[in-house]
Design a protein. Structure first.
Length: 61
């Protein structure tokens, strides 16, 4: 049996288990940093996030 055929040896199963934890930890850290910002910087970031859905159309139209 090849090494790639056995997920317990190849490490691919481990990546699938670690990736959600890394994504959740990143989201928690970003949320914590957002709470530490002052009002004007929060307003700026919220404004940028509201524009995000329209960015691809602006550059690829």
């Amino acid at each position: 049996m090849l090494r790639e055929d056995r997920p317990e040896v190849s490490g691919k199963g481990r990546t699938r288990k670690v990736l959600p934890f890394v994504l959740i930890a990143t989201m928690v850290l970003l949320a914590f940093q957002f709470t530490q910002l002052d009002k004007s910087k929060k307003r700026f970031i919220v404004h940028l996030l509201k524009q995000a859905p329209y960015l691809p159309g602006r550059y690829y139209a």
